[in-house]
Design a binder for this molecule. Sequence first.
Ligand SMILES: NC(=O)c1ccc[n+]([C@@H]2O[C@H](COP(=O)([O-])OP(=O)(O)OC[C@H]3O[C@@H](n4cnc5c(N)ncnc54)[C@H](O)[C@@H]3O)[C@@H](O)[C@H]2O)c1
Ligand SMILES: [Zn+2]
Length: 378
Amino acid sequence: VKGLDIREGIFDIRAMMTTSETVHVELGERSYEIRLGTESLGDLGAACLEVGLKGKRVLVVSDENVAPLYLDRVADSLASKGLAVTTLVLPAGEPTKSAAQLAEVWEAAVEARLDRKSFLVALGGGVIGDLGGLGAASFLRGVPFVQVPTSLLAMVDSAVGGKTGINLPQGKNLVGAFHQPALVSVDLSVLRTLPAREFHAGMAEVIKYGVIHDAELFDFIEANADRLNALEADALRHVVRRSCEIKADVVRQDEREGGLRAILNFGHTLGHAIENVRGYGEWLHGEAIAAGMVYAARVSERVHGFPAEDTERLTTLLRAFDLPVAWEGLEWEAVYTAMTADKKAADAVPRFVLARSLGDVGLPEEVDADVLRSVFTA
Ligand SMILES: NC(=O)c1ccc[n+]([C@@H]2O[C@H](COP(=O)([O-])OP(=O)(O)OC[C@H]3O[C@@H](n4cnc5c(N)ncnc54)[C@H](O)[C@@H]3O)[C@@H](O)[C@H]2O)c1
Ligand SMILES: [Zn+2]
């Protein structure tokens, strides 16, 4: 994509040896830091003060899987800096991104007596980040919030970029707001307790960043798949940092999703349709987009001459993380209908982010329906 200006992440051995790193997200007065550390949950209180949060009260929102593991460490760290800490623990899982739970966040914020300077901490995966973020965006017309993402998907995707939201019975993410965090604090050690299937689903988004913008990242993941699967800190830090940098730079250039941000949807046109047809929950989001990326790569072969051997590399890499690379059992008619009903399908025409080569994609485009069908049924 022309105009996409991203600092190239030359792989730097010195960077790997430091134990914490910062990615700066440049958005004028809404700029913030993404701090990457290991065993850094206990430093959260200090980090909040360092980035200039001034409130004396804080509401920490988490879920029932994450809270027993990490909530005490986070709450103690905040309390040790003199903050009055209130906690809210909600059920884990997608249904928590609802209007009813958003109201619970508001009520907890009232109970915690948050004022405009007070802040909210979202400790959990994308569900807690999206819900907590919308709670912060709307309570008192907006209080600051801090993202402490604990799933890989949240670290590389949902915690960065400022989109918050909840689902309605009629569809996912139908209500939301743009609200940038004041800080994103990542402790990579928490990935040790993340279920493997969730880790793999997050890797699908990491691999996506390689395909859309960074062939070197793609090479790195290929060369280090075993180390990543073993959760080796240096390898993880590199891919999480690079993913955050790419997402942050895309967001910096297109904060409110008018153009460039759409390249983040590589693999998502079919992926969303699979989630839809299968019912949310059967396939994890990352699993659906893994298959969706293979599909988009094959469509790219037909439309832009994307090399077939690179589709092969993509497939092999996704398999290394136990991700699905096929869509057998799905009906073309149902999938096509779902793709045209997607909220991102302008005029009911599905659009695809397609690749020319690894690391180079274009903005979404329409594709001839015969091509779409023949690639799907091949
Ligand atoms: N705002 C955005 O830009 C954006 C982008 C992508 C996705 N999302 C949203 O993110 C959500 C998905 O996020 P997710 O995949 O993190 O789901 P999630 O929040 O449901 O987390 C996945 C599961 O892992 C558990 N978990 C999380 N961290 C853990 C840890 N360290 N140890 C043990 N268990 C842990 C959670 O309790 C949950 O059961 C979706 O609602 C999606 O719409 C938002
Ligand atoms: Zn996604």
